[in-house]
Design a protein around this ligand. Structure first.
Ligand SMILES: *Cc1c(COP(=O)(O)O)cnc(C)c1O
Length: 349
């Protein structure tokens, strides 16, 4: 008898291993602001805070609520990376010693009211043209700065080092930093930046996805295991169509396993035939369209495959990148879209 469920097993030792690999790329005085926005990219904000507090120097979040949650258990620096927008929120920053990013002139009036009590990171727009103060506006922010302030920017093409926009952004960032009279700290790099441009690490780096093993650099491993069990096995003759739309036809007599997991669990609906799945440590692949609660995989070549066997959709042994590359998806999106109904297990907190 089985009581099947889709499961997400999060092993924080894997996350800490990834952080060690990140550290190996950095000068020893560079600090790590571990980015744990979006529920730690699906790795549970609260557990991640407990598990990673000794491994990183600070926390990068987006929402004030996330920052306050972390503050309940950690005394490390916390940065709201997209700023806050009301005096209530600024009061909360002050009461809880939370840092905030200023990225726009429109934030100046409120920020000035709190400048004696708060620590700001000034985000400068060096070419991504999303958030950030203009290079010609920077002088208006000088009154917010002291020698613990940080000048930051964000790279648009950190994952494509050959793109010329990177050099433009580095040049603009240098120009901005040289304009400022005080000797403030600097922060430029996200995960891909740490691996592609380690000489731009400066004082703080802001890795997110690399901690969770969602980018392809040597040694990093997917920290989460997304898995479920086989609940049925079909033995089909040649030329049988399979699943919704009957999109595939068996090319030979085939054994098809039906796995208790679908797009409502967080597996991508658009996964194409051939997307890898691990069954009993053997490589199998998706055959037929992914449905809400089920996927079908070809287990013809897998010995002793039976109902109740576990299938890994991604894990330290089957990188999430195999799925995202095959299906032109983002590991960020898959990790942050894991469904609530998936049963969680947390290891090595
Ligand atoms: C999300 C975010 C990061 C982390 O990016 P990764 O690609 O996950 O490393 C860093 N900096 C800022 C400003 C962000 O918003």
């Amino acid at each position: 008898m089985i009581e099947p469920n889709s499961e997400l097993v999060i092993d924080y030792e894997r996350v800490r291993n990834n952080i060690q690999i990140i550290k190996g790329k950095l000068p020893s005085n560079c600090k790590i602001m571990g980015v744990i926005k979006s529920n730690a990219y699906g790795h549970d904000l609260q557990m991640a805070t407990e598990a990673l507090d000794g491994a990183i120097d600070g926390y990068g979040v987006v929402r004030l609520g996330e920052a306050l949650k972390i503050r309940e258990t950690s005394s490390k620096p916390i940065l709201t990376m997209q700023g806050v927008y009301s005096s209530d929120a600024y009061d909360a920053l002050k009461q809880n010693n939370i840092w905030s990013v200023i990225h726009s002139i429109s934030q100046l009036p409120l920020a000035r009211q709190y400048q004696d009590d708060l620590q700001f990171w000034i985000k400068v727009n060096t070419g991504m043209n999303r958030l950030g103060v203009g290079l010609d506006e920077l002088d208006q922010f000088e009154s917010l700065l002291n020698d613990s302030s940080v000048l930051m920017t964000h790279l648009a093409c950190a994952d494509t080092p050959e793109d010329e926009l990177n050099n433009t952004q580095f040049k603009n960032f240098d120009y901005a930093w040289n304009q400022i009279e005080i000797d403030i700290q600097r922060s430029v790099l996200n995960s891909a930046g740490v691996f592609n441009f380690p000489d731009k690490a400066y004082d703080w780096v802001r890795p997110g996805i690399a901690m969770y093993g969602g980018i392809d650099f040597s040694g990093l491993k997917t920290a989460m295991t997304f898995r479920s069990q086989i609940i049925s096995i079909q033995s089909l003759p040649k030329n049988e169509r399979l699943g919704y739309g009957g999109r595939v036809k068996t090319e030979q007599p085939s054994k098809i396993a039906i796995v208790y997991c679908g797009y409502a669990d967080g597996f991508p609906q658009t996964a194409i035939d051939g997307t890898s799945v691990l069954v009993n440590s053997h490589r199998s692949h998706i055959l037929g369209r992914v449905s809400m609660d089920l996927i079908s995989i070809d287990v013809t070549e897998i010995p002793d495959c039976k109902i109740g066997d576990w299938c890994e959709l991604w894990s330290p042994e089957l990188s999430i990148l195999e799925n995202t590359k095959m299906n032109r998806l983002l590991s960020y999106e898959l990790m942050t879209k894991m469904s609530q109904r998936v049963k969680r297990h947390y290891l090595n907190i």
